[in-house]
Design a protein around this ligand. Structure first.
Ligand SMILES: C[C@](O)(CO)[C@H](O)COP(=O)(O)OP(=O)(O)OC[C@H]1O[C@@H](n2ccc(N)nc2=O)[C@H](O)[C@@H]1O
Ligand SMILES: Nc1ncnc2c1ncn2[C@@H]1O[C@H](COP(=O)(O)OP(=O)(O)OP(=O)(O)O)[C@@H](O)[C@H]1O
Length: 300
């Protein structure tokens, strides 16, 4: 059998019912896929201008929050290799506290399931979940737009997670238009390495002149991932995972890698493909979601 994580995550099931979100709840931080990702230019500050199609997955990290009366913000579950002060969850909570002049504190716990440096937006999603959850738990009622602005200070992917709908994105990923996507299943493979996003964007060989399209021109299967060429050439294990997945359906890398994915009509079909993948490769199946399970926690 191909390694853990095969069961479809229960994020959608957990949140489909009218859940009352409170301090006892487990707050999901779903993964995203970039169904395509084109680099269409570069800003004066070095950041790259992108066009991408973001999709939420029914699989991700889970966070828990406990109130603190002393106003401190504390991470109860530091991640290996990430000093707590740099953890995006802690930084998100501090930014929110400062922006709202809030005097409440919190203990944050993360059940980390998404690979770090995997291109699935794990850290960004954790940060967005902190902003959405604490906006609700601290009763701040900041509008979605303001949470997105705070999120952008933490990373280019964070505004999408707060926006909360599958989206065609431009700019560095902050200019978002909602897109309706069909239900489908994804098989995701996790090559055993963490890719440093900055190094891939900084690669001299990166193609930076893909032709921009209008959002309406996007269709399933459109385009490719411009970062994939760089990552697959530098890390042969990523190319191997892409080749393996391509035997079942067109395969692509998400974000700056290392994870690769293929789309199927249903999660069952994706599971059938997963059963045929060599057992030494780590992979799992997830359903595409229509929206972020916590979308209702911000207004606007
Ligand atoms: C590759 C994507 O995941 C696609 O969704 C995102 O563009 C990356 O988003 P992210 O992980 O939130 O990345 P950030 O933490 O904002 O940026 C990491 C580094 O990647 C480079 N970077 C990032 C995004 C971008 N549009 N252009 C860049 O050149 C910058 O050097 C930046 O310092
Ligand atoms: N809560 C967090 N979870 C994961 N990584 C974090 C977190 N806080 C800080 N980081 C740092 O951010 C880096 C990128 O992590 P992340 O898992 O978001 O990468 P990614 O999936 O490649 O993201 P993207 O798709 O946005 O490029 C990690 O290597 C780690 O150093």
């Amino acid at each position: 059998m191909a390694a853990p994580g095969q069961a479809i995550d229960a994020i959608a099931a957990m949140t489909a019912s009218r859940q009352i979100w409170d301090w006892q709840s487990v707050y999901p931080a779903p993964a995203k896929l970039n169904l395509f990702l084109h680099v269409v230019g570069q800003r004066a500050d070095g950041y790259h201008l992108l066009q991408t199609l973001f999709r939420f997955l029914d699989h991700g990290d889970r966070l828990h929050f406990a109130p603190r009366a002393d106003g401190a913000i504390h991470l109860a579950t530091p991640l290996p290799g990430v000093p707590p002060e740099s953890d995006l969850t802690l930084r998100a909570a501090r930014l929110l506290q400062a922006a709202s002049a809030c005097r409440q504190g919190v203990d944050i716990s993360i059940d980390k399931r998404l690979p770090m440096g995997g291109g699935l937006g794990g850290g960004s999603s954790d940060a967005a979940t902190v902003l959405l959850a604490l906006n609700h738990l601290w009763k701040l009622d900041l509008p979605r737009r303001q949470l997105q602005e705070i999120g952008l200070q933490l990373g280019a992917d964070v505004p999408f997670f707060i926006f909360g709908r599958n989206a065609f994105a431009e700019g560095v990923g902050e200019a978002l238009q909602a897109v309706e996507l069909p239900a489908c299943g994804y098989l995701v493979l996790e090559p055993p390495l963490a890719v440093a996003t900055a190094a891939i964007f900084g690669a001299p060989e990166l193609k930076r002149d893909s032709l921009p399209i209008r959002a309406e021109q996007w269709h399933p299967g459109f385009g490719g991932n411009d970062l994939q060429t760089v990552v697959a050439a530098r890390f042969p294990v990523v190319a191997e995972h892409l080749a393996c997945l391509s035997a079942f359906a067109p395969a692509r890398m998400s974000g700056s890698g290392a994870c690769v994915f293929a789309e199927f009509e249903s999660a069952e079909q994706a599971q059938a493909a997963l059963r045929k993948i060599p057992a030494k490769l780590r992979g799992w199946v997830a359903a595409g979601l229509d929206e972020h399970p916590l979308r209702a926690l911000a207004s606007g």
